[in-house]
Design a protein around this ligand. Structure first.
Ligand code: ATP
Length: 289
């Protein structure tokens, strides 16, 4: 299979991206959070979170219910503004990430609940992932001439290529809402990937899937990283899938980061075991094992 996709050039993402690309060329860090703190009234959702995500890695954020995972993704994607702290994206620092410029900053995300246009075809859903790049005027788009036609043709070709990459070509003309749940989640991944983002944020991408569907999606996420060099940050409840997929895992508990490292290291960390199971097992000398 050949993928007829070219990397989207910086000129297509705008001047902010040109600045970003200069910084990015110098750095191995795609995303960095420093001292991020967020509260809702009396609830401390995130406390002084530092996180460094290297370019091209798959990084999971895990933790028990209410640990702060969604809050963290919402800070990274600019849905929430941190009370304190900074987010750096490809070297650009933000107090609040400009959510309206997320795509132009090279970030795409999927949502915990399905957010497809169920009455549109799979292909048209994926094409919406490129809508931010269209420059044709509304009039040009309505009558479908010149620049509008070129943009439409390019969007179609890119979308078809990503459908091919994710083995969705056969369902490209189907209405998204008629597909099984697992395939709809894969269409969401296609829509997020079609613009070849630098950073892909996945909010519980495998929730509600069967074990087979989870393994398939994990394989596609890994292939996308390998093919496009995408940095992936994912929240996921299924620890088994996370440990097999991720290069590094950060663990949150009550809004604090309690562990951060390779899956093997994190899985054996007594603080992590304690957070998930209540109490870390001890040996006869009372030491954690
Ligand atoms: N919009 C909000 N208003 C008030 N409190 C909130 C809001 N969003 C999150 N919280 C609280 O902040 C804390 C962290 O929630 P968050 O949703 O980030 O955790 P989570 O790890 O994603 O949980 P889950 O795994 O259950 O989705 C929780 O105590 C939650 O009740």
């Amino acid at each position: 299979m050949t993928l007829a996709l070219e990397r989207i050039g910086p000129e297509e993402r705008g001047s902010a991206s040109r600045d970003k690309d200069v910084d990015a060329a110098a750095g191995r860090v795609a995303l960095e959070l420093s001292g991020v703190t967020l509260s809702f009234g009396g609830v401390q959702a995130l406390q002084d979170i530092d996180l460094v995500v290297e370019r091209g890695e798959i990084r999971a954020i895990i933790g028990p219910n209410g640990a702060g995972k969604s809050s963290l993704i919402n800070i990274i994607s600019g849905v929430y503004r941190a009370d304190r702290g900074r987010v750096s994206i490809n070297g650009q620092r933000f107090g609040r990430v400009p959510t309206e410029r997320l795509a132009r900053l090279g970030i795409a995300r999927t949502f915990q609940n399905l957010a497809l246009f169920k009455g549109l075809s799979v292909l048209d859903n994926v094409k919406t992932g490129l809508a931010y790049r269209h420059r044709a005027s509304v009039l040009e788009q309505v009558i479908g001439v010149g620049r509008a036609r070129r943009e439409q043709e390019e969007a179609r070709a890119r979308s078809q290529a990503i459908l091919d990459f994710l083995h969705l070509t056969d369902v490209g003309e189907r209405l998204a809402g008629t597909l099984p749940y697992g395939l709809q989640k894969r269409v969401e991944l296609a829509r997020a990937l079609v613009a070849e983002p630098d950073i892909l944020l996945l909010d519980e991408p495998m929730a509600g899937m069967t074990a087979t569907e989870k393994n398939e999606l994990a394989d596609f996420v890994r292939s996308a990283r390998d093919r496009f060099g995408t940095t992936v940050v994912l929240i996921e409840h299924d620890i088994g899938v996370v440990m097999g997929l991720s290069d590094h895992v950060a663990v949150l508990d009550y809004g604090r980061k309690i562990a951060d490292g390779t899956p093997g290291k994190v899985a054996n960390d007594p603080k992590v075991i304690d957070a998930y199971l209540g109490v870390a097992p001890e040996n006869e000398d009372g030491e954690g094992i």
